[in-house]
Every structure is written in structure tokens, then in C-alpha cells.
Design a protein around this ligand. Sequence first.
Ligand code: SF4
Length: 368
Amino acid sequence: MIKTSILDAGKLQEFTKERKLQPFRVKQIYQEVFKNQNINFADMTTLSKDLREDLDKEFSVVTLEVDKILEDESTTKIWFQTHDGFMIEAVIIYHRQDEKYNKNDEKKLNRITLCISSQVGCPMGCLFCVTGKLGFKRNLTRDEMISQIFYANKYIKDKFGKQDDGTLFGVRNVVFMGMGEPLLNYENVKKAIEIMLRQEAGFSLSKRHVTISTAGIIPGIRQLIKDEIPVKLAISLHAPNQALRDKLMPIAKAYPLEALERVLSDYVKASDNRIFYEYIMIKNMTDKPELARELVTMLRRKLAHVNLIPYNNNPAISLTESDAKDIQIFKKILEEGGLTVTVRDSMGRQMKWACGQLWYEKLTKEEE
Ligand code: SF4
């Protein structure tokens, strides 16, 4: 039997009414879930034993099953199974300070980012992406997106416990950069963001700590402007001209670069937010110095930050990661052109799994 999500406020009200519980109990339950980072009712010791047992019969906090977890020093990658048998992925990323802080030479944990999925598979079909090869299966619900954070918070709490100030370690930043195109699941993403930002029955995340990453869905960006969704925006650009973008990302034909640039400039005017441009570094394809110069022409004088992402070599796709020296040359050209740039370590690359790879391998094995 599929249990009701604890986020179903109507059902939870009904439940408390039937049991003639005081209204503050709902608040208490949400405190256990959001603040105390509990996902099992048995652990919610501020509630009576009877209430915990009753809740457990009807509700669940995480509406996904954990299938597999892989971990290294800087990331934990979690594969979840949905109730209808699909796999999705979330990645916890640990940012540590450079200086060592104890006698074991460990680096101090600074902040934690969670990369979440918004769809099962993805309809965008980008040339360099394993998830794109899987095609689109369905949108994730609000509760499935929030479940990824609930589970990550519990995992982080068990691993790291409390911070120096006595509060629990937990997810500080959420990025919609896992499987799927978030702006094609607009309404559910919007509802999930509401829960991330709100203080009552929510995660109280700062709006500066939530990022939507899009391949460039123009109507979705227009809707973000209209709805005044206050979070940060990242654009998967990957090419500074239409011809190369057409080759890498089929969506570029439907939403050409010129039109995308116009809507992004409207977005900056409306929000005063800097835009993050994601740019993948693929050997002999996107990493040529002349492309770096084109990128400078395109972005200079814009409120922009460029993230260079080394392509993650993957047996399912015949592309190769740029050489480190070519990445540095590319970066230097951008910086000399006045852009701010970071080279991002592609998430999970140490663990060898690129986005969607595990599921892809499972599917191809089943087909063999
Ligand atoms: S890169 Fe992003 S938008 Fe493109 S196919 Fe992969 S998940 Fe979809």
C-alpha cells in the first residue's frame, strides 16, 4: 500500500482531527521532519508512542525507496527508486575549507549542497548527457523532489551530527541539476521551491541558496519572471554560437540563442540576479580558444558568471574530456576578457558515475 506523504497538509489535518489532537501537534510533527531531520516516525521522540505508531500506519516522510548509495570524500550519490519502478539520482556535495583543522589533518566541512532530479529521464536529448539518452519517462511530483532533501538531511545528520553552534548539519544549497529539465515540470518545481524557502513546515533555505538550472526553456524563464520566483538561475549554455549549440542541444532549434539572450536580459532586469552559465569542456569540440573569445563577446558587460565543467568520460557516449591545459587556456581567455569563471569538478566524477549512467547500464543490461 502506498502511504500518504506527510506533506499532504489536508490529510494530516484530517488525521489530527479524527484523533482530537491539539492543532499544535501538526507543528510538532513538521518540526520533527524539517528541523530534527527525522524520516522515521519511531525516531520522533517529541511525539507520544501511540501517535508515532498511528502516523507510521498512514504516512511516510520519504516517498522514494533508496536503491544504492556510492560515496567518496567529497560526494555521496544516492539512487532512489520511485513507486512505479524508475530510478532517479541525487548527489550530496561536501564543500570543505582548504585549511586543515584537526590533528588527523581533516578539512573542516564548510557547507553542503544537494543536487536533485526534477524528472525521470529527460526529453532534451543533449549530445553529451546519459540522462538525455534515456528519454523522458515522467515528471517528478513535488513530494518526490522534497523526499530527496528529507533523505539527504537524515543521511547528513547521521554522518556528521551537530555543528559548532549546536544545530544539525544539513543541506544548505539545493540545485536542480540532476535528471531532467526543471522548467518543463514548472508547477511541481515551483511548489517544491515554496517548501524549500518557507519557515513554517519548510526548510527555511535562503533564496540565494536554491538554483534552477535550465537548458534554455524560454517560456519557463518568462514564467519565472512573471511569478517572481526569487531563486538563482543557471543556464546550460555549452556553446557561444547557434551552430555549435544546435549540434549539442536539440532544444536550441526551438529556442534559438538570440531569443534566449533577450529573455535572459529581461530576467536580469527584473531580478537583478547574476546568471550562471554552465559550459561543458569537450575535447576538440567546445574547448577551442576561438570559442572562448566568442563567449567573451557574448557575455561581457552582462551580469554573468561562467562555470566550466569538464566533460565526464562515459562509455555510453563517444566524447572525450578536454585536456587540463586546454581548460586552463580557455579559462584564461575568459578572465582576460573580464568574465568571472570557475572550473567545476563535475559532480560524482571521482565515483565514475555520470548523471544517469547507473540506470542506463541497468536498462541496457536488461535489454541484452
Ligand atoms: S544535460 Fe540536462 S537538459 Fe540536457 S539531456 Fe541531460 S538532463 Fe536533460
